[in-house]
Design a protein around this ligand. Structure first.
Ligand code: AHG
Ligand code: MN
Ligand code: MN
Length: 312
């Protein structure tokens, strides 16, 4: 049954953020709703499986990665947008429009396509005169808004605007996004979310910090960052993807994975660090730059930082 008395996303955004930003976030939400439909029936269509190509990061591209990328490209070519940076594109796409650079992960958790929840992530940056490079670094703090969607039941969008975090639920009966959790606050840590199978790849500092941060918590890990971060945010906990010997710089990407989650966590009263400092203060000098991420309840993140930065 439709809960049509709950505030709808576009009405929520109107007057709260500049029109150009509202258009971007509305378009992201609408494109996500379309993607949700495609995901819901993927096994019935020819959308499952791999394209046979690899992306710029040498990862095999699923058909749905490519489909999702096209979906967001179409949606985000807006007058306020100067540049699009996608996980699935080798180079930034310059549009030459307004003040906003949209950085997105069209489909997060690709290994779960067809079997478990996946999602989409966006960070909307300003003040990026050029695509990130050594000469023109970008900081996560330049984001004006960030959001991620989890295509589960329910399909939810967590949105950070104006220093606040709100969660919306997609209502398929009238195809609206309705505000179901206003002013989300990070909860005390209950769950630790990390790929424990990588313990042999961790440095002594990482192993020590993971143990310190997760002490007393219960484990949950899905392999979809968005799903794990949603649990951490709404139920309380800490999500960790530290650097390891297979991914010495970390696996997740700064612009469209780490920083959007960082903004959401900080604005919800939690924290997100690379081990030592806020991920929002790490200079980003390349579009697909990677980094470590420890995000969630401020107290658990602090336990990681203290152990990580302690002398060996
Ligand atoms: P993507 O599907 O966009 O490439 O991202 C996958 C990421 C993230 O969603 C998840 O937390 C992590 O990769 C899982 O990696 P491991 O399989 O190494 O744990
Ligand atoms: Mn991802
Ligand atoms: Mn992806």
């Amino acid at each position: 049954m439709s809960q049509s008395s709950l505030p709808e996303l576009r009405a929520f955004l109107s007057g709260r953020v500049p029109d150009g930003l509202a258009a971007i976030l509305g378009a992201f939400a609408e494109a996500s709703a379309g993607l949700r439909d495609a995901l819901a029936t993927a096994p019935l269509s020819d959308l499952l499986g791999a394209t046979g190509d690899t992306n710029v990061q040498d990862e095999p591209t699923a058909k749905l990665d490519a489909y999702a990328n096209e979906t967001f490209h179409r949606a985000l070519r807006l007058p306020g947008v100067t540049r699009l940076i996608s996980e699935e594109d080798e180079a930034p796409v310059e549009l030459g429009g307004g003040p906003y650079t949209c950085c997105f992960d069209p489909l997060d958790g690709s290994s779960n396509i067809g079997v478990a929840a996946v999602g989409s992530v966006i960070g909307v940056y300003t003040g990026m005169a050029a695509a990130p490079s050594a000469a023109a670094p970008t900081l996560g703090r330049q984001m004006e808004a960030a959001a991620f969607v989890v295509y589960g039941l329910p399909t939810m969008m967590v949105l950070a605007t104006g220093g606040q975090v709100d969660a919306f639920t997609f209502d398929p009966t009238d195809r609206t996004w309705r505000l179901t959790s206003p002013a989300v606050r990070a909860q005390p840590a209950k769950y630790a979310s990390i790929n424990w199978m990588y313990r042999d790849r961790w440095s002594p500092a990482v192993a020590r910090a993971v143990d310190n941060a997760s002490d007393g918590l219960r484990g949950r890990y899905s392999g979809s960052m968005v799903e794990d971060v949603l649990r951490v945010l709404l139920s309380g906990g800490v999500f960790l993807y530290p650097e390891d010997s297979a991914s010495p710089a970390g696996k997740l990407r700064m612009l469209y994975e780490i920083c959007p989650i960082g903004l959401i966590m900080e604005w919800a009263g939690g924290a997100a660090i690379d081990g030592a400092r806020s991920v929002l203060d790490v200079p980003v000098t390349a579009p697909h730059q990677r980094g470590p991420l420890v995000a969630g309840a401020a107290e658990a993140v602090e336990r990681y930082r203290v152990a990580y930065t302690a002398p060996d």
